[in-house]
Design a protein around this ligand. Structure first.
Ligand SMILES: Cc1ncc(COP(=O)(O)O)c(C=O)c1O
Length: 391
């Protein structure tokens, strides 16, 4: 059969047609239990819905095809997926994680994972020499990276990280939430596990919390991850799994529109007359951005929909006060946390992350949606003009 392009795979959910009903949209399966055969066997392979649910299978297999993986598992949230990877390790194992990463996972690592007995080294993952130096031969079991990484969009060289980690016998897991399989396929670059907060771009409509893990190949670690999901029960509900599949059908056009708009917005605010009031636009698509060359190598077709803007202080106010005033004054950009939905969001990230955040206080994080790009530019411009005059 002809191998279709990822866009076609996503749009048609791998060409799904129900054998019995001929429906082209899968159903929501709500049963928590399954009939045993009369001779006490479970030949259909399903026993109880904490372990699995047929509604998961479609989003899992579509994402698996998009990532080029061996197998994909759906979880209750991005955090449920990410923490399953660390829980699959043994107390005493050493892991390397980036200093710039999704803040709630960083907090969990610093609290729960250390109590679990993991030894954690935080590195600047954009600096391969630091990464290499952090490896403890025989002890380092996992290198976790995120690219682009929240909230300053640091870019980590996935292929180079894999080379370093694999030479030391460590696995590499990539939080690819922001890149999505539209722009980056970490397994092709050597990664062992890819994680998504499916809550974000994969679903894309800010109405589902879910997470995924995709493995490059079967392994003892992957089998442990499978049994963690089955035993702890960090599974998505059937309705969420169904909604996620519905959202994933439009993943490609959503991400492409967000990339084009984000590039336009980033270029506008780094070069327009407003740029005197802006300290820095952080966006991997700008040639002046620190990780741009590596981003261009490992991201195909765009640089994502996430960016941050840092504001200059005014004669009377700090950059932080201006940033907060700008967020207060936007109308089209919605003042809310999260990212990757069809609607654009704006957020003062340091207030959310608190102590230890790499987000400077003068920074706003922007998740670019699929509205008209000029509308988004105009809304941000009026907010910025207002904030400068008001503060
Ligand atoms: C990059 C990244 N990874 C992981 C997560 C966690 O996902 P969830 O909120 O679904 O648990 C998030 C959530 O914001 C995220 O942005």
């Amino acid at each position: 059969m002809k191998k279709h392009k990822p866009e076609s795979i996503a749009a048609q959910a791998l060409g799904f047609i129900d054998d019995k009903t001929k429906e082209i949209v899968g159903q929501i399966h709500t049963s928590t239990t399954y009939i045993r055969d009369a001779d006490n066997q479970y030949r259909n392979g399903r026993v109880y819905a904490r372990d699995n649910n047929p509604t998961f299978e479609q989003p899992e297999s579509v994402l698996n095809a998009l990532e080029g993986g061996h197998q994909t598992l759906l979880f209750a949230s991005g955090m449920a997926a990410a923490t399953a990877v660390f829980q699959a390790l043994n107390p005493g194992d050493h892991v390397i994680v980036p200093k710039v990463m999704y803040w709630a996972l960083r907090n969990w690592l610093k609290t729960f994972a250390t109590r679990w007995g993991l030894h954690i080294t935080f590195v600047d993952a954009t600096d391969l020499a630091q990464l290499r130096a952090a490896i403890k031969p025989g002890k380092t079991k996992l290198v976790w990276i995120e690219s682009p990484a929240n909230p300053i969009w640091s870019i980590t060289d996935i292929a180079a990280t894999c080379e370093i980690a694999h030479a030391a016998g460590a696995l590499v897991a990539v939080d690819s939430t922001v890149a999505t399989p539209v722009l980056t396929r970490p397994i092709e670059q050597g990664a062992d596990i890819v994680m998504h907060a499916a809550t974000k771009y994969l679903n894309g409509h800010s109405d589902v919390v879910a997470g995924t893990l995709t493995c490059a190949r079967d392994s003892e670690t992957w089998q442990r991850i499978r049994s963690i999901r089955a035993q702890i029960g960090g599974i998505a509900g059937p309705f969420e799994a169904w909604l996620l599949m519905r959202g994933m059908r439009t993943l490609f056009p959503r991400v492409r529109v967000a990339c084009v708009s984000a590039q336009k917005i980033a270029e506008h605010f780094s070069t327009s007359s407003m740029s005197a009031q802006i300290a820095e636009v952080l966006y991997p698509g700008l040639p002046t951005f620190k990780g741009h060359t590596i981003a261009a190598k490992q991201m195909q077709g765009g640089f994502g929909g996430m960016m941050s803007i840092r504001f200059q202080p005014s004669a009377t106010n700090s950059g932080e006060a201006i940033a907060i005033a700008v967020a207060a004054k936007t109308a089209l950009w919605k003042r809310a946390t999260s990212l990757g939905g069809v609607e654009s969001l704006i957020e003062h990230r340091a207030s959310v992350e608190g102590e230890g955040t790499p987000a400077p206080p003068d920074l706003l994080r922007l998740s670019v949606g699929i509205e008209d790009a000029q509308d988004l530019i105009d809304d941000l411009t009026q907010a910025l003009v207002f904030a400068h005059h008001q503060t």
